[in-house]
Design a protein around this ligand. Structure first.
Ligand SMILES: Cc1cc2nc3c(=O)[nH]c(=O)nc-3n(C[C@H](O)[C@H](O)[C@H](O)COP(=O)(O)OP(=O)(O)OC[C@H]3O[C@@H](n4cnc5c(N)ncnc54)[C@H](O)[C@@H]3O)c2cc1C
Length: 446
């Protein structure tokens, strides 16, 4: 090992397992400086007058960073935590600790890649290299059977070719020891208040008491596979609405990088070997492929996913009173119990099921005829698992300006409510004022 010092810049990869930047740094350098920056730009207002990061995700992030710090301390090191812009902070740390190189994971959305570029430029002035790694997806870009620019815009074509012709690499080993500079300054986790964010109290109806961090993420994975065998019926339950068990609930940990998708994949493979494979065990991998797909689509089409016309360039029609309609939608006051119940759940817990997300998004765009980007920005603030590619990709898909091969996909809300909430249990859970009504009466209100 050389006498090098490498700075490992953590962002959405808050874990020590299957983390190439961490392992390679420990193998190539005598000393490493693990750093996390709370970037103030993540805690400001957006052009949509929403908060970029709301209370639920802020809380989850703070817990995730705390868990990573604690893991490093157990390994004999520490995590240096700063509040500030990475392009200013990282070069300062490099000077202070005589860093030779900086490692980080590449992102796909424009704001994140811009921060990487700015940091790279600032480091370059110090003659320090910023090395880019790929570590957020199941499949690595270089293992795909096509260059990014030729990735099919239709998911099924992408999936079939990738499943046939690509490989998923094994997970990377976890280092058991790290050496940080002896004089590494002490740093503390900020509070949400320090970041200017209000934390809402937890609602006991939340599907899960989400707690950020790799430790909790791995615990949830173990629960869903090994402790309960819930994976075995995932395909049958995944459209559920109530409680922790109908789907994996791994999304928030995946988004913060507390869990690696590859680790989940290999754990499922192990599970299939020991307890049997079926359509459900495959289906969780299938869903992870959707996650990969939207990331690759972001790489291919970049900022176009944030435009109202999407990558088709045609804006959907909007209503003249869309502002008023949007306010009602946001607050769960549309008068449609199925929509309102889902929005209440989102507002009070930071989570909404996939079925719910599809319905409220479709309703906003297709029925209320409101600018879909407002809805996407609202989700960005509220969701505990928000990430740019999954959120804006799914929204664009539903708005009909993304990569949905079906023209005019439409969710019939009354029918969806009947199919997925036949006894109206979900609607009554979030709208207790409707408790006295019979399910049939409630369905008639849709
Ligand atoms: C309008 C809209 C916005 C969305 N925004 C986000 C978002 O910001 N962040 C996010 O992680 N997911 C988003 N999703 C996808 C999906 O709804 C959530 O990933 C899922 O509900 C999370 O619950 P789970 O972990 O229990 O999922 P499971 O059903 O257990 O799925 C396992 C994992 O597969 C991935 N996945 C599943 N469905 C999708 C999908 N449609 N697109 C991409 N990845 C998927 C997720 O990582 C998920 O954790 C959005 C979907 C819609 C329709």
């Amino acid at each position: 090992m050389s006498e090098k010092t490498i700075l490992v810049w953590f962002r959405n990869d808050l874990r020590i397992h299957d983390n190439e930047i961490l392992l390679e740094a420990t193998q190539k350098a005598a000393i490493i400086v693990p750093v996390f920056c709370f970037d103030p730009r993540h805690f400001t207002q957006t052009v949509y007058h929403t908060q970029k990061t709301g209370g639920f995700r802020t809380q989850f992030l703070l817990e995730s960073v705390a868990d990573l710090k604690s893991s490093f301390q157990k390994m004999g090191g520490d995590l240096l935590i700063k509040i500030g812009k990475p392009e200013e902070i990282i070069p300062q740390i490099c000077k202070a600790y005589k860093v030779d190189e900086v490692f980080h994971h590449r992102e796909v959305a424009s704001e994140e890649t811009e921060v990487s570029s700015l940091t790279e430029d600032a480091l370059w002035k110090l003659k320090i290299n910023l090395k880019h790694f790929i570590g957020h997806t199941l499949y690595h870009k270089e293992d795909l059977p096509f260059p990014i620019k030729d990735i099919p815009d239709v998911f099924t074509s992408f999936r079939k070719k990738v499943e046939r012709e690509s490989i998923i690499k094994p997970s990377i080993a976890t280092p058991n020891k790290i050496i940080v500079p002896q004089n590494l300054e002490e740093s503390v986790i900020p509070t949400a208040q320090d970041l200017g964010i209000d934390i809402s109290p937890k609602d006991s109806r939340s599907v899960l008491d989400f707690k950020g961090g790799e430790t909790e993420g791995l615990k949830r994975l173990k629960y869903y596979l090994w402790d309960t065998n819930l994976l075995q019926k995932y395909k049958l339950t995944r459209n559920g609405l109530i409680g922790g068990d109908y789907s994996s609930k791994l999304s928030a940990w995946l988004t913060a990088g507390c869990l690696s998708p590859r680790e989940i994949y290999w754990e499922i493979k192990k599970y299939e070997k020991e307890r049997g494979a079926n359509e459900s065990t495959y289906w969780l991998i299938f869903e992870l492929l959707w996650r990969d797909y939207f990331r690759f689509m972001f790489k291919k089409h970049s900022g176009t996913f944030f435009r109202e016309g999407g990558f088709k360039g045609v804006k959907p029609e909007v209503a003249p009173n869309q502002q008023e309609l949007f306010e009602k939608w946001k607050n769960g006051e549309t008068g449609l119990p199925f929509i309102d119940a889902n929005m209440k759940e989102l507002n009070l817990t930071g989570f909404m099921s996939n079925r719910g997300r599809q319905n409220v998004a479709s309703y906003l765009v297709k029925d209320l005829k409101v600018n879909w980007t407002w809805g996407a920005a609202y989700f960005e603030e509220k969701l505990i698992d928000y990430n740019p590619a999954s959120n804006w990709g799914n929204w664009a898909y539903i708005a009909g300006v993304g990569n949905d091969p079906r023209e005019n996909r439409y969710f019939n809300i009354p029918k969806q409510a009947k199919d997925y909430d036949p006894k109206a249990e979900y609607m009554k859970l979030w709208l207790p004022e409707l408790g006295a009504l019979k399910p049939e009466e409630l369905h008639q209100k849709q």
